[in-house]
Ligand binder design. Structure first.
Ligand SMILES: [Zn+2]
Length: 125
């Protein structure tokens, strides 16, 4: 069974303005779509502060504040390195670009791999 609880049990008042409210299918569905919802959210910063202030045992799961459950777990565990999805090398978190400048979550590929992939997609190589 996936660990899915009702996020509404935990929500502070400002959450009412978030586009995720009443959209569990989005926030527990594809991480890409859920993140996009977070990035359009006017209370993303509040949400980020709030979810990381909760003990991880109270985390309702799904994407919250543009982070997946795994990403929040890594932050709680103070993980400072991660393995690049493309080259498979463990690197410090700072070697991975953030999805957005103000968001805490980072891309799954390290910066050189990310750049290489973008160049390849543009057909400049
Ligand atoms: Zn890499």
């Amino acid at each position: 069974m996936p660990r899915v609880k009702a996020p509404l049990d935990y929500l502070p008042k400002w959450q009412g303005v978030g586009p995720c409210v009443g959209q569990p299918n989005i926030m527990y569905g594809s991480p890409g779509r859920a993140r996009a919802t977070c990035y359009s959210c006017p209370v993303l910063d509040d949400c980020c502060e709030w979810i990381l202030s909760l003990p991880f045992s109270a985390d309702p799961g799904g994407v919250i504040a543009a982070m997946t459950l795994e990403e929040r777990e890594a932050i709680h565990q103070n993980v400072t390195t991660r393995t690049c999805r493309t080259c498979g090398e463990p690197k410090p978190l700072t070697a991975f670009s953030k999805w957005k400048p103000h968001a805490p979550s980072r891309r799954p590929d390290c910066k050189p791999c990310d750049k290489h992939r973008r160049n390849t997609m543009r057909g400049t190589e």
